[in-house]
Design a protein around this ligand. Structure first.
Ligand code: APR
Length: 251
C-alpha cells in the first residue's frame, strides 16, 4: 500500500516547538507579515534573522517525540510489505530525520539550512544568521536568509508531491489546521481521485468534513496507535478499503 502523509506543526508540538494558530501559537505572539514574507526581510532583515535565530536555537534543543518515531517505523514497515510512505512535511524542523525517517519532503523548507540570495547556494546552517555573515560560497554579506518558504513564495517539490499524491492509496493529514494552501487542498485532490482520506489531529481541523475519517488526540499517542493498526493489518489493502494494491510511487 502507498501511504501519503502530510505533517504539520501539531506533530512537533509535543517536542516543545509549539504550533502557529493554536491559542498560544507563534502567530498569536508574532506578526507573520512582519517576519515571514520576502517584503519583511527586505524591510528589516535584522528582525527576521532574530526571529528565525530564536526558532533555530529552540529546535537545536528539541527532541523527536513518539509521533516522529512511529512515522519512521511506518516508512520501514510499509516497504517491508511491498508498499511505500511518502512523508511530506510543512514543518521546517529536522525531527523526522532525527527520529529515523529516510525520505522526508520539506515543502516549506528547512530551518537548519540557509540560502544565499546573491549566488543561490543552499547550505546546512546551525548557527545564528545575520546580515554581517558572509556567504561561504560567494563571500558576499547580507544575502544569506533562512531556507524556508515565506508567505507569498512557492512551496518546494510540488511536482513530486502531486505525483506521489495521485499514486497514493491512502492520504493522511497529521497535526495540521488545514488553513494554508496548497497543502490544505491536498485532501480534496485526493478525494477527487478516489483516494481514501484520514485526519489525525488534536481536534477536528478547519476541513475535517472533507476526510473519510478522523482520529483525534495528541499525536504522540494517536500516531503510534494508528501506525500499529496499519502495519498489523493482515491485508494492508483492507485498511485502505481497496481491492488490489496499486503500483508503488514512481521513483
Ligand atoms: N497533536 C496533534 N495535533 C495537534 C497537537 C498535538 N499535540 N497540538 C496541536 N495540534 C493541531 C492543532 O489542533 C491544529 O489543528 O495541530 C494543528 C496546527 O495547526 P497550525 O498551527 O495552523 O500549523 P500548520 O497547519 O502546520 O500550519 C501550516 O502555516 O504558518 C504557516 O508555514 C507555516 O507550515 C506552516 C503552515
Amino acid at each position: 500500500m502507498n501511504v501519503f502523509v502530510l505533517a504539520g506543526a501539531g506533530v512537533s508540538a509535543e517536542s516543545g516547538l509549539g504550533t502557529f494558530r493554536d491559542k498560544d501559537g507563534l502567530w498569536s505572539r508574532f506578526d507573520p507579515m512582519k517576519l515571514a514574507t520576502p517584503e519583511a526581510f527586505a524591510h528589516d532583515p535584522d528582525q527576521v534573522h532574530a526571529f528565525y535565530n530564536m526558532r533555530r536555537q529552540n529546535l537545536l534543543s528539541a527532541e523527536p517525540n513518539a509521533a516522529h518515531r512511529a512515522l519512521a517505523r511506518l516508512e520501514t514497515g510499509l516497504v517491508e510489505r511491498g508498499g511505500s510512505l511518502f512523508l511530506c512535511t510543512q514543518n521546517i524542523d529536522d525531527l523526522h530525520e532525527r527520529a529515523g525517517s529516510k525520505q522526508v519532503i520539506h515543502m516549506h523548507g528547512e530551518l537548519l539550512k540557509a540560502r544565499c540570495t546573491d549566488c543561490g547556494e543552499t547550505m546546512t546552517w546551525r548557527e545564528d544568521l545575520s546580515v554581517e555573515v558572509p556567504c561561504p560560497s560567494c563571500h558576499r554579506s547580507g544575502g544569506l536568509r533562512p531556507h524556508v518558504v515565506w508567505f507569498g513564495e512557492m512551496p518546494l517539490e510540488m511536482d513530486a508531491i502531486y505525483d506521489a499524491l495521485l499514486a497514493a492509496d491512502l492520504f493522511v493529514a497529521i497535526g495540521t489546521s488545514g488553513s494554508v494552501y496548497p497543502a490544505a487542498g491536498f485532501v480534496s485532490e485526493a478525494r477527487g481521485h478516489g483516494i481514501r482520506t484520514c485526519e489525525i489531529n488534536l481536534e477536528p481541523s478547519d476541513n475535517a468534513r472533507q476526510f473519510d475519517e478522523g482520529q483525534y488526540g495528541p499525536a504522540s499517542e494517536v500516531v503510534p496507535f494508528w501506525v500499529e493498526q496499519i502495519l498489523s493489518q493482515k491485508s494492508l489493502a483492507d485498511q485502505a478499503g481497496i481491492t488490489a494494491p496499486r503500483s508503488p510511487h514512481p521513483k
